[in-house]
Ligand binder design. Structure first.
Ligand code: 6PG
Length: 475
């Protein structure tokens, strides 16, 4: 199966869609690539489908590793979790000190930390690399988020830079930080992706049920939006989805898709980590809940017969303005969603001392990845101008925009709520913004309650030096 005479400069393990696409992308850029898969027929398939790219395929792992120039650079694109550990165990006896293992799957960042430490002990380098952009991105230019030791990154940098997407703001790859920083950032990317997708789903729902727009009409409306500030890859994808017709029935294919959302787990991880770090990410959590609730289709159908909502009846102002309110709300809520994700990355970077640059993350997300969007440009500028910005919402670039769009957002939510159409991410995002901008929150009552029933103590505003005190509330 091997077709190259000189040793390969890069090895890819895992010839699934993503691994094969990355291997072909690397070969396109003039690197000699060796590939391996536990099912040799997958190697043959990729080679036969791509006769022009000289991928050297090895059915035996030993021969694959022996066919790599040193230091060996082996990228794993396999199922995250135990398979990565098993693969590493198989590779260890075949590798030499100084070789680099890269895990490019959606791995849990603490696994990445552990694997890096293990490799270090054995004299190998380890990089945990977030890769975004799906099959198309992997093949033609993904956004790449590598984490791990900088000297290891230097050994693979030319290859990663050659294959990464390019935007007007440069190459969509940079060294994110040490340890699991790359996988952490990729995980948060996916969390933002969940929220952004759900915002689009809610917009679609309110407009179809509120205004009675057909799927194709919505595609046309979204297409106009995509020419302005709301431009994004996910909006563009949504338009394509809305315009696709089912070849069998001629109906919009979207109308035939069952409304039960799946997930692979990165959104859930984002929310779990956010809880651990004490960082509120309600937009992402609501998007996750929306997927979870959607999965209970049978219960929902049964409940719809018992719990009746209001009849959708819009005023003439609502009919006229709803689409514009939706547009403004979508942009503003999206800003809030990205703000939460960025805040979470900052918190992890502080906790683990990773030194992640939020401006750089926004820059490498500008092309290739699923959440690439026009708003990432002002977002990057905001963090560039003020790297210690506590939250994007208070940046000079976004605070005035949010203030300007908030009235439309409130009207959009009001209309949806009055009509009984669920808008969980739009509402939780607005509640986040309203809470964040509130100098006074009702948690004085929470503290008093805690102290009343559990003697958990509280602080007095009028005696800041008194520390935590207790009162006998119930007598
Ligand atoms: C990407 C995507 C990719 C994938 C996720 C999310 O950046 O290319 O985020 O990683 O779409 O696996 O999948 P789920 O929606 O199934 O969790």
């Amino acid at each position: 199966m091997g077709t190259q005479t000189k040793p390969a400069q890069f090895g890819v393990v895992g010839m699934g869609v993503m691994g094969a696409s990355l291997a072909l992308n690397i070969a396109d850029h003039g690197f000699r690539v060796a590939v391996w898969d536990r099912h040799p027929e997958n190697i043959t398939k990729v080679q036969q489908q791509n006769p022009k790219q000289a991928l050297a395929g090895f059915p035996e792992l030993e021969a694959f590793v022996a066919g790599l120039e040193r230091p060996r650079r082996v990228l794993l694109m396999i199922t995250a979790g135990a398979p990565v550990d098993q693969m590493m165990e198989r590779l260890f006896p075949l590798l030499s000190p100084g070789d680099v293992i890269m895990d490019a799957g959606n791995s849990w960042y603490l696994d990445t930390r552990r694997r890096e430490a293990l490799c270090k002990e054995k004299g190998f380098h380890f990089l945990g690399i977030g890769v975004s952009g799906g099959e198309e991105g992997a093949r033609n230019g993904p956004s790449i988020m590598p984490g791990g030791p900088k000297d290891a990154y230097a050994l693979v940098q030319p290859v990663l830079e050659a294959i990464a997407a390019r935007s007007e703001e440069g190459l969509c790859v940079t060294h994110v930080g040490p340890e699991g920083a790359g996988h952490f950032v990729k995980m948060v990317h996916n969390g933002i992706e969940y929220a952004d997708m759900q915002l689009l789903a809610e917009t679609y729902d309110v407009l179809r049920r509120g205004l009675g727009l057909e799927t194709a009409q919505l595609g046309d409306l979204f297409s106009k939006w995509n020419e302005g500030i709301a431009e994004s890859f996910l909006l563009e994808t949504t338009i394509k989805v809305m315009r696709k017709r089912d070849p069998e029935t001629g109906k919009p294919l979207l109308d035939l898709v069952l409304d039960k959302a799946g997930q692979k787990g990165t959104g859930k991880w984002t929310v779990q980590v956010a809880l651990d770090l004490g960082v509120p990410v309600p937009s992402i959590a609501s998007a996750l809940d929306a997927r979870n609730l959607s999965a209970h289709k049978d219960e929902r159908v049964a409940a719809s017969k018992k719990l009746h909502g209001p009849t959708v009846s819009l005023s003439s102002e609502e009919q006229k303005e709803l689409a514009q309110w939706a547009h403004d709300a979508l942009y503003a809520a999206r800003v809030v969603t990205y703000a939460q994700g960025m805040r979470l990355i900052q918190a992890a970077s502080d906790e683990y001392k990773w030194g992640v640059s939020l401006a750089e993350m926004a820059r490498i997300w500008r092309g290739g990845c699923i959440i690439r969007a026009k708003l990432l440009t002002p977002l990057r500028e905001a963090f560039q101008q003020q790297p210690t910005l506590p939250n994007l919402l208070v940046s000079e670039a976004f605070a005035p925009v949010l203030e300007k769009l908030a009235p439309s957002w409130r009207k959009f939510l009001g209309t949806a709520t009055k009509a009984g159409i669920p808008v969980p991410v739009f509402s939780s995002s607005l509640a986040y913004m309203d809470s964040y901008r509130s100098p006074e929150l009702p948690q004085n009552l929470t503290q008093a309650q805690r102290d009343a029933f559990g003697a958990h103590t509280y602080q007095r505003r009028d005696k800041p030096d008194a520390g935590f005190v207790h009162s006998d509330w119930l007598k």
